[in-house]
Design a protein around this ligand. Sequence first.
Ligand code: ZN
Length: 323
Amino acid sequence: MHNKVMGIDLGGTSVKLAILSEKGELLQKWSIPTDSSDHGIKIMPDIIGSIKHHLDLYQLTSADFLGIGMGSPGAVDRSEGTVTGAFNLNWRDLQPVREIMERETGIPFFIDNDANVAALGEKWRGAGGDNDDVVFITLGTGVGGGVVAGGYLIHGTAGSGGEIGHMTVDPDGFECTCGKKGCLETVASATGVVKLARKHAEEYAGDSTLKSLIDDGQEITSKMIFDFAKDGDALAVIVVDRFSYFLGLACSHIGNLLNPASIIVGGGVSAAGEFLLKKVNKHFSGFAFPNVQQSTKLKLAELGNDAGVIGACYLVVAHAEKC
Ligand code: ZN
């Protein structure tokens, strides 16, 4: 009894759910579509319906669970268990998520923001190797981050701890959606890499397939840019080197401040893999304090899409351990 945990990764297109043992073994995994119509009014009932259905299916009851953890977009109030301003869910107003979940399931509920929860997943069961000092950077449509220091997630005084995507890496750079200039997100997200490519294409005069595609008005993706760079396309190599410089610089600041055992890079853009990591490492080493260079390792994320559900489970486990 009380030896299982459930994790929920709430996203704009789907809700992923998983049941793990408290040691972290994945027992069951499923997902449902996110119905964000009518201000997202169906989201919580859909999740609860799906949980009840699966508990029946696996012949489990609330007594089997230590707790349910959830990673959510938007502004999460961990102590109140509420979410506000999750625009990709159409949740504008305050959502009393914990109150609904605990009333409907009878299982203790814990919540944090999605980037933090993914960081916990990689720390616990992914590339972090369950070390207590791990930083996670996710490079996707945006750039998110989560910091685990001394075994605890860092939230900061107003919840903006770990906003790695908004570290300034290029003070005179592109404008960011947050209102600043030159945030890491403006150069290292999927759209950021494309913006970098367009900028360098204007200045570049030599031979390059990437340049001819851009000049021809073709749609460019970050994957294409990394693939061209792997093939030695001269402009793509310049763009990937600039990208790696900015990411390496950000990682060095993180390393110098926190000296984590690992800085884990995940998300769609990181699919470029070791090729990318090697280039980032070169710049990281140049900027990092010598002892940080030696002891903080840059790594690729290992859990992919499962980081969220696994980290959500760890919210429960970590709470139980620290009680
Ligand atoms: Zn920003």
